[in-house]
Ligand binder design. Structure first.
Ligand SMILES: Cc1cc2nc3c(=O)[nH]c(=O)nc-3n(C[C@H](O)[C@H](O)[C@H](O)COP(=O)(O)OP(=O)(O)OC[C@H]3O[C@@H](n4cnc5c(N)ncnc54)[C@H](O)[C@@H]3O)c2cc1C
Ligand code: SF4
Length: 327
């Protein structure tokens, strides 16, 4: 499949990038590692006039410990760098575990954390070639006005399918977004809209620059479990991230994030209250598994059935919780 024609712009600095976004933002796509954008452009899901290649911009590909206030990660840091970071492995293990499951080693060498957070939502009816989509009929997410997954409705249910955002949500991460009016810092949990077609709150003239992991969630135990078809490469079809703080055998704080079962990655409500102050055993892990599975709302957006994906959210939650307290 060939790429559509586009003009490649390659800023070296953030100021230059923002200038180009301001000028061409309405007809431009940002390219970081390109591991998702390039295949999508080959499928003619995006046909922008301009592509802003930000990979060689300076200063945004590093992991930096900030004395007493957590860790800062540049948006252009590769997933491999995150997977192998000693600082992150020691203090934020749920993130390194999640990063290590993305795609394959070669894709992780190219793919960035910023690209993973900004990843487009996915659907069986959408992530297809132009010929396939023409034959089956276009849908609300691109070029059409109906949804094959929930016919009769007007909402797109394409699922968010990134692995690191549920881990980042458990850690209460914040992100920095930069545009013509400067930088703003927002909690990651406010970044996603919950809509499959318009899934993130990012204006056309803005880009994501940094991720902040707070000191308060450093050293939480962390586990990530993921369902996919091919264990060596695929996007998640269900994913569960668990972050737990323990004190004297009791749970002092806990959060669970899920991915690939809703149009946005979600921190499950009620988990902290259900676990705090308790000693985790099989029964409690099972009860929390039920609670988390109720938050998952998978539809027929992928090759596996919604029922199986929801069940695996329940099973993975229980397993991840027990693994998190096992050592
Ligand atoms: C075969 C295959 C398997 C894959 N498996 C997985 C998987 O298991 N889990 C998973 O999470 N992903 C998977 N991916 C998707 C992809 O490799 C990762 O999500 C990767 O992290 C994307 O990062 P990137 O830098 O390559 O993003 P790009 O492809 O460059 O960009 C992705 C999107 O984010 C936008 N974007 C990128 N950076 C920024 C920024 N700084 N600010 C604003 N917007 C930005 C782009 O415009 C684009 O819309 C897979 C891809 C392939 C081809
Ligand atoms: S959920 Fe519906 S509208 Fe959205 S991509 Fe799939 S078929 Fe299209």
């Amino acid at each position: 499949m060939s790429l559509p024609h586009f003009k490649l712009l390659r800023p070296r600095t953030l100021d230059e990038a923002v200038g180009l976004l301001t000028k061409h933002g309405d007809n431009l796509r940002i390219l970081a590692g390109g591991t998702d954008l390039i295949p999508s452009m080959q499928q003619k899901l995006f046909e922008p006039e301009y592509v802003l290649g930000i990979r060689h911009m300076t200063g945004l590909a590093r992991i930096r410990e900030r004395q007493g206030s957590g860790v800062e990660i540049g948006a252009l840091t590769t997933l491999s760098a995150i997977e192998h970071s000693e600082i992150l492995r020691r203090h934020y293990p749920v993130l390194t575990e999640a990063a290590a499951t993305v795609a394959s080693p070669i894709l992780r060498n190219m793919g960035t954390i910023g690209g993973n957070i900004c990843l487009d939502t996915r659907c069986l009816w959408y992530n297809q070639s132009l010929t396939w989509r023409k034959a089956c009929g276009f849908c609300i997410k691109k070029d059409g006005d109906l949804c094959h997954v929930a016919p009769g409705g007007t909402k797109c249910w394409a699922v968010f399918s990134g692995d690191t955002p549920p881990a980042l949500l458990c850690l209460n991460a914040e992100i920095e977004i930069v545009g013509p009016s400067g930088a703003r810092r927002v909690p990651l949990r406010e970044f996603y809209t919950g809509l499959g077609d318009n899934y993130r709150k990012l204006r056309p003239n803005e880009l994501l620059t940094r991720i902040f992991l707070p000191e308060a969630t450093a050293n939480y135990r962390g586990v990530y479990r993921k369902l996919r078809i091919r264990g060596s490469i695929d996007y998640p079809l269900a994913g569960v991230a668990v972050a737990i703080k323990r004190s004297n055998g009791h749970i002092a704080d806990a959060r669970i994030g899920i991915t690939a079962v809703n149009p946005a990655p979600v921190v499950v409500k009620g988990v902290t209250e259900a676990l705090t102050g308790k000693v985790l055993d099989e029964k409690l892990a099972e009860a929390v598994g039920d609670l988390v599975a109720r938050t998952a709302k998978p539809l027929t957006t992928s090759a596996l059935t919604p029922e199986y994906r929801r069940e695996m959210i329940r099973v993975f939650t229980k397993r991840a919780l027990l693994a998190a307290v096992s050592n």
